[in-house]
Design a protein around this ligand. Structure first.
Ligand code: NAD
Ligand code: WQD
Length: 348
């Protein structure tokens, strides 16, 4: 067994897929989550895939005393992957203080207690949102950080600064910020995926719910962008590829292969796809027809972004392998699992 890894937000979408990959690579995984945006039975999904049920503790990371007590009982943690955060861009505009408190307080508690318990390694979930609409594409890790378009985006920028400043003051800490582009898809087993709480804001859950008949049609937000087909372009990355990058980041930190105490990596495929291309890929990989209409642009959306992944490819030795059809077919498989277990998911 390799070391113990704390996965905060580990019953969530990306955290659960990462827990699977960590367990498959021999790590001892312990999850902390307050279940504010996930369900306890995700643990069964992880166990179904890996044969191992990870350790789990339910509490709010903003509660310093509870986190202190947790670390006191788990002093053998080798690394932390900090996924836990509130993540809905629109909601963050409505409830900025909730976002600042949840995303920043939890991180500051974590850093303070990492110092106290001498836990040296932190991987942090950042986002391509820190780049806004870049002037030059693709975006490298050195592209300018533009003023955040939402309180959510601002929490990611501030979080990176908090981590950097803390590392500057304590040379025993190491961290890696991973800037995700657009994570989509689900584990190919169909046992874990993204949970549909409320109306999805993101494209792919909206597509799968529409194809499943839960929504009458998909609205495509704008076809007048300066792109080949007029719809906006993003770098969609399969959540399993993303999860694998976290294992590599943990190995890099625990095996002391970092070139600097603080490193930042873009995690994307390096390819941009338009909304219409995503719809076509969904239709051809699932044989489902999708009803959609073009509507106005969504406020706050950028036109196009995709990652330069050279640094992650060369330094981490990691590369996204799964293509858009694999992202779409796995997302559809997960939607079918949700439909088959509708009573369970709708009853609570
Ligand atoms: P998610 O909501 O599925 O998972 C986050 C988990 O954290 C949830 O299970 C939630 O219950 C938990 N949580 C939130 N606040 C908590 C707290 N105070 N204490 C304990 N648990 C708490 O989200 P996700 O899509 O898996 O995202 C994971 C991370 O990646 C987040 O930090 C998010 O901002 C970041 N990210 C996500 C995306 C994306 O599109 N999904 C893109 C870029 C970055
Ligand atoms: C993708 C594309 C929409 C829904 C968000 C956050 C970002 C990061 C990833 C966390 C866009 C279009 C969408 C729909 C549509 N999250 N779309 N109809 O906006 O790129 O990024 O998630 O860090 O910070 O902002 O993702 O999935 O919402 O949209 O046409 O019903 O699909 O306009 O072009 P986005 P998304």
């Amino acid at each position: 067994m390799k070391g113990k890894v704390l996965v905060t937000g580990g019953t969530g979408y990306i955290g659960s897929h990462t827990a699977v990959e960590l367990i498959d690579h021999g790590y001892d995984v312990v999850i902390v989550d307050n279940l504010s945006n996930s369900r306890m039975d995700v643990l069964e999904g992880i166990e179904k895939i890996t044969g191992v049920k990870p350790g789990f503790k339910k509490f709010d990371l903003c509660d310093y005393n509870l986190l202190d007590a947790f670390f006191d009982e788990n002093q053998d943690i080798a690394a932390i992957i900090h996924f836990a955060a509130s993540k809905a861009v629109g909601e963050s505009v409505e409830k900025p203080l909730l976002y600042y408190r949840n995303n920043l307080q939890s991180l500051m508690n974590m850093l303070e207690l990492m110092e106290k318990y001498k836990i040296p390694n932190l991987a942090f979930s950042s986002s391509c949102t820190v780049y806004g609409q870049p002037e030059k594409l693709p975006v490298t890790e050195n592209s300018p950080i533009l003023p955040a378009e939402s309180p959510y985006g601002n929490t990611k920028q501030i979080s990176e600064e908090i981590i950097k400043d803390t590392l500057n003051s304590n040379r025993k800490l190491n961290a890696i910020s991973l800037r995700y582009f657009n994570p989509v898809g689900a584990h190919n087993s169909g046992a874990i995926g993204e949970l549909p709480i409320g109306v999805p804001a993101n494209l792919v859950p909206f597509i799968t719910q529409t194809a499943a008949g839960l929504r009458s049609e998909l609205s495509v937000f704008g076809d007048d962008y300066n792109t080949p087909d007029g719809t906006a372009i993003r770098d969609y990355i399969h959540v399993v590829d993303l999860a694998k990058a976290h294992v590599v980041a943990v190995e890099r930190m625990t095996e002391q292969r970092q070139k600097a105490p603080y490193e930042v990596f873009n995690l994307g495929t390096g390819n941009g796809f338009s909304v219409l291309e995503v719809i076509k890929a969904f239709e051809s990989s699932t044989d489902e027809k999708l009803k959609y209409k073009i509507v106005d642009r969504r406020a706050g959306d950028i036109e196009q972004v995709w990652a330069d992944t050279t640094f992650a490819n060369n330094e981490l030795g990691w590369k996204a392998e799964l293509d858009l059809p694999a992202m779409m077919s796995s997302a559809w498989k997960w939607q079918q699992h949700l439909m088959e277990n509708r009573s369970k998911y709708l009853s609570e």
